[in-house]
Design a protein around this ligand. Structure first.
Ligand code: ACO
Length: 160
């Protein structure tokens, strides 16, 4: 499946919330309850917060918010915080039916292009230790487990 990857704009905020909700329910089924997930989406993916972040990502360079579009519809998104020499992959979520089609890989490589242009030498991320799909994706894409923080693994990828 070929997805078009581009910077997200504010008009996709509601689509993003829907992708996040569906992806979270699929990813964390058996890990978090539906109530927990709904609360998380309401708080961390509130329209107001996302509008701020998307707007910031379009004017300032420390935040990169990418969308993956299939037939003009949002199928997934990725948010990365880019600092001087390192980056943190904050969020990477696809709608369940669009997983396993290399769209996540394409989002990651687009973000990595930007990281390289900015001289980033390592990217870190936190992934739930029971999120087998996420962990296996990151391992296959060059990340290594470097430690543990509560329920999460800390993973790191280094660039030349
Ligand atoms: N079932 C099982 N394994 C899968 C699946 C799936 N549906 N999708 C991807 N994978 C794993 C496999 O190991 C796969 O390797 P394989 O092809 O050799 O089997 C590997 O990921 C690479 O597959 P891609 O097609 O490149 O990955 P994809 O486009 O699906 O993107 C992603 C990966 C972003 C993790 C996606 O599957 C997804 O959205 N998953 C749910 C959300 C999630 O876990 N996000 C990470 C949270 S951590 C954070 O955001 C920092």
């Amino acid at each position: 499946m070929v997805a078009v990857i581009r910077k997200l704009s504010v008009e996709y905020v509601d689509a993003l919330i829907e992708v996040a909700r569906e992806s979270w329910k699929w990813t964390y089924a058996g890990i978090y309850s539906d109530e927990y997930i709904e609360r998380w989406i309401r708080e961390k993916y509130s329209r107001e917060k996302l509008l701020n972040e998307i707007t910031r990502s379009r004017s300032e360079s420390d935040l990169l918010f990418l969308g993956a579009f299939v037939d003009l519809k949002l199928s997934g998104f990725m948010e990365v915080k880019i600092k001087k020499y390192n980056a943190e992959l904050l969020r990477l979520y696809l709608k369940p039916e669009y997983t396993h089609m290399k769209i996540g890989r394409d989002l990651l490589s687009e973000a990595e292009k930007v990281m390289k242009e900015r001289g980033v030498s390592e990217c870190t991320l936190y992934v739930h230790s029971q999120n087998e799909v996420g962990i296996s994706f990151y391992l296959k894409n060059g990340f290594k487990v470097k430690g543990r923080d509560g329920n999460d693994f800390l993973m790191v990828k280094k660039y030349e």
